[in-house]
Write a protein that binds this ligand. Structure first.
Ligand code: GLU
Length: 464
């Protein structure tokens, strides 16, 4: 059996980080098994669904690198098919027409409340023959079992049992002929050939209602996996109070997509003690058995740590491309060609300890800036008369040097020694001259990246 998973967001908001994780789990499960990952936009709530939200969701998935198979489908576009299934159930006796009015239903509930019995509506039309039906508006309701229990197996939750008397004869088709959401989900999942439904455990109760439709239609049921929600560090449902909640916010904060994927995969799923892994490993390892039963806690420190590791091992050109995408997505000015070249040369030393793109850009300041280098106050304090003198001394030596790390280290070390100084003492003035900052990549990396002419020119600027 080939695996088909789906992500079925409602475009009533942007892509929440929890939904992004749901999409990721579905994507990993399908991709690791040569299966398909489908995208269905559940846009039946006309009042709250917007095109902007739909676009934001697609953008978020694209940023995260979660590619889907085929075109995204629209649930609303399938309304006729949903209605047809409701009519099939009516024809085969698994559903019935209910003519109860809103007032009658309300009266039923009030009476039930007064008698302290279940307020689930029990329609008097369930067993009334067609011949006795009035010519009046009706809804189509499913005939749910009233006795016994239903047990559903869930790959995360295990066997979950519900008492059938908790299920009402839910409406399938409203009196205006529009299908309800619960019916649409089942019909679409069936028609799309979905084999595995992996979604938030806030949908677990729905699974029992949806199960009625599968049973009544005699359709194969998908494997279920209801995953716990994501909590904040305090053990409460992740919300704005904890920090960013939208996928787009993480993009804007400059987290690399590979790091996000790794962190979100690990959030609520485990493979032994592995914390840092590649996409290929995640695809190979991901399974439903590794999903935890209790809510995972979002840990920003861990996210940063994982992101830093991914930046460190990323391919330089790919990292530069992602940095350019980051700048574009945040509306920042694009890099010039010279800056791009500089970034590419410098990348090996920039990516060592950067956890986000803003950090990478900050470290790259020395290569992004131009002469005359503006010198920050903190850095300027390193440019004393004495240190300026030493920079002046360095210049002719550097002019005659061949430009390799060993040689440069030798020159700076012997100059420091000649002045009875530790090598580190020269880092301050050199950083100030080359980057205009007190914090920067190492002086030798900067010299190597900037090259001989530019290095000497910056030292001369600063030592004047
Ligand atoms: N549209 C639902 C949601 O956004 C998902 C339904 C499902 O996965 O079955 O929560």
């Amino acid at each position: 059996m080939s695996v088909v998973t789906r992500f079925a967001p409602s475009p009533t908001g942007a892509l929440h980080i929890g939904s992004a994780r749901t999409a990721l789990f579905n994507w990993l499960y399908a991709r690791g098994r040569g299966g398909k990952f489908l995208l269905r936009i559940e846009d039946t709530d006309k009042g709250r669904s917007t095109d902007e939200n739909r676009e934001a969701i697609l953008d978020g998935l694209t940023w995260l690198g979660l590619d889907w198979d085929g075109a995204p489908s629209s649930q609303a576009a399938n309304a006729d098919r949903h209605a047809a299934v409701a009519n099939t159930l009516l024809a085969n006796g698994h559903a019935y027409k209910c003519f109860s009015t809103q007032e009658e239903i309300e009266a039923f509930r009030e009476k039930a409340r007064a008698e302290k019995i279940s307020t689930l509506f029990r329609s008097p039309w369930r067993d009334v023959a067609e011949a006795d039906h009035p010519d009046a508006p009706y809804v189509i309701r499913i005939k749910a079992p009233r006795e016994g229990q239903t047990t559903l197996h869930d790959e995360v939750q295990g066997d979950v049992t519900w008492s059938n008397d908790q299920l009402d004869d839910m409406i399938l088709l409203r009196s205006d002929g529009t299908p309800v959401y619960m019916l649409a989900v089942v019909v679409d999942d069936h028609d799309m050939g979905v084999t595995h439904v992996i979604r938030g455990d806030d949908h677990l109760a729905n699974a029992f209602r949806q199960n009625l439709i599968y049973e009544a239609m005699g359709w194969d049921k998908p494997t279920l996996a209801h995953i716990p929600l994501i909590f904040g560090a305090d053990g409460k449902k992740l919300s704005k109070r904890h920090g960013a909640t939208g996928a787009a916010e993480y993009q804007a904060l400059g987290y690399p997509a590979a790091g996000m994927r790794n962190y979100l995969t690990r959030l609520g799923w485990s493979h032994g003690d592995d914390e840092f892994f590649s996409d290929a490993q995640a695809r190979d390892w991901f399974d439903l058995g590794g999903i935890g039963k209790s809510p995972a806690r979002f840990d920003f420190k861990k996210l940063e740590n994982i992101c830093g590791q991914h930046i460190a091992v990323a391919d330089d050109a790919a990292l530069l491309q992602e940095l350019q995408d980051f700048l574009a997505a945040t509306g920042a000015a694009p890099l010039t060609e010279t800056q791009n070249d500089g970034m590419l040369t410098a990348m090996y030393c920039l990516k060592e300890r950067a956890k986000t793109f803003p950090e990478l850009i900050d470290k790259a300041h020395f290569v992004l800036t131009q002469r005359p280098v503006e010198i920050e106050e903190k850095a300027a304090s390193h440019l004393t008369d004495v240190s300026r003198g030493i920079l002046r001394e360095l210049t002719p030596q550097l002019q005659n040097a061949s430009w390799s790390r060993d040689i440069l280290e030798g020159i700076v070390a012997s100059t420091a020694e000649a002045h009875d100084m530790k090598l580190g003492k020269l880092a301050g003035p050199l950083r100030a001259a080359l980057a205009g900052r007190a914090v920067s990549p190492s002086m030798f990396d900067m010299m190597l990246v900037l090259g001989q002419d530019e290095t000497i020119a910056r030292l001369q600027d600063a030592s004047r």
